[in-house]
Design a protein. Structure first.
Length: 332
């Protein structure tokens, strides 16, 4: 469970090995905590792999602990010594002297969660350094810059933490962290409601859109999918002032903007396209344009780029940090 394979960072400049982000003491404290209380291993294994330990000896010990756990054997120093001897790592980790010293100087108040977060952050920093060095080496070797940059971006994105995955938590912790507290958990009318769509019957059925939800609206062609989604997006951006981002895999930014303006102005889009609008409709279109220009609405026609899958991946990474709501139009 503790084993994980990552891509070999390749040859590294010795200068880059100096001063790499690390917390050797915390690495030792985490291992010592597991030996004192083996039940902590599952919590640690949910967040850390052997690659998250910079000190070679600590990584070998953690790997050996994982091997004991996988075989359902007790995790104690005696069996750990036996496992390290079996793999030939006993002498290289410092022998029994180092194993006994793992919990030396450990604070009486153990903050295992905080320690794990620190080690994970240091590990991400090291891996980012390795990836940056790989990118530099590849460019110096004359590889195609576009391919190198694209590959590097994907690998860097993969290092970003997933804010929705905080590891296993017991029921009490989840209830304590519930927005609105225990009373809101037990009484639905006290809970924070989702973001309204502007469609009352839909809100009654769904409770509004919730952060992190993936909502798929599907129907046969020409049944109003795009119109429905644009209505919702216009309501969120113009009325609720929520930051919205529209991804279009087919329609251009101008086409989507035209449809949005017509939806808000209640003007037939075909009449607008052909220029057959009267004075009242033209006034409503001008008002709708003003409202949209002042709203936090963004459009990305990622499908019109050569490599749309990579571009969309990049855009969705942006959504998690900058936008409340995002729409993806496939147009099929």
């Amino acid at each position: 469970m503790a084993k994980s394979k990552r891509e070999d960072p390749g040859p590294r400049d010795p200068l880059m090995e100096r001063g790499l982000p690390a917390e050797p003491e915390i690495e030792r404290y985490v291992l010592g905590s597991i030996l004192i209380n083996p039940e902590l291993y599952t919590q640690v294994a949910a967040m850390l792999t052997t690659e998250d330990f910079l000190i070679t000896a600590n990584a070998a010990i953690y790997r050996a602990i994982g091997a004991l756990y996988e075989r359902s054997e007790p995790i104690d120093r005696a069996l750990l010594v036996s496992e390290l001897r079996r793999t030939g790592d006993f002498e290289s980790v410092g022998g029994l002297t180092y194993l006994v010293s793992l919990d030396d100087g450990m604070p009486s108040q153990k903050d295992i969660g905080g320690w794990l977060a620190v080690l994970k952050k240091k590990s991400r920093a090291r891996h980012a350094i390795y990836q940056a060095q790989n990118q530099t080496n590849a460019l110096l070797a004359g590889e195609d810059p576009d391919e190198v940059i694209e590959g590097s971006m994907q690998k860097m994105m993969a290092l970003l933490p997933d804010s929705r995955n905080s590891g296993p938590q017991d029921a009490g912790t989840i209830i304590e962290s519930y927005e609105g507290g225990l009373n809101a958990f037990l009484q639905p009318h006290l809970r924070t409601q989702g973001v309204p769509t502007g469609l009352r019957r839909l809100d009654d059925m769904t409770g509004g859109f919730q952060y992190g939800d993936l909502i798929i609206i599907a129907a046969r062609p020409s049944h109003g999918k795009t119109s429905l989604l644009l209505n919702i997006c216009a309501y969120l951006a113009v009325t609720q002032k929520k930051r919205c981002l529209i991804f279009s895999l087919e329609m251009s930014k101008k086409s989507l903007l035209h449809r949005l303006i017509c939806e808000i102005a209640r003007v037939d889009s075909m009449k607008f396209r052909l220029g057959y609008v009267n004075a009242d409709e033209r006034k409503r279109l001008a008002q709708a344009t003003a409202l949209l220009s002042q709203s936090p609405l963004f459009i990305d026609e990622c499908g019109r780029k050569p490599k749309r899958s990579q571009d969309c991946l990049h855009c969705f990474r942006i959504v998690d940090r900058r936008f409340l709501f995002a729409l993806l139009f496939d147009g099929r």
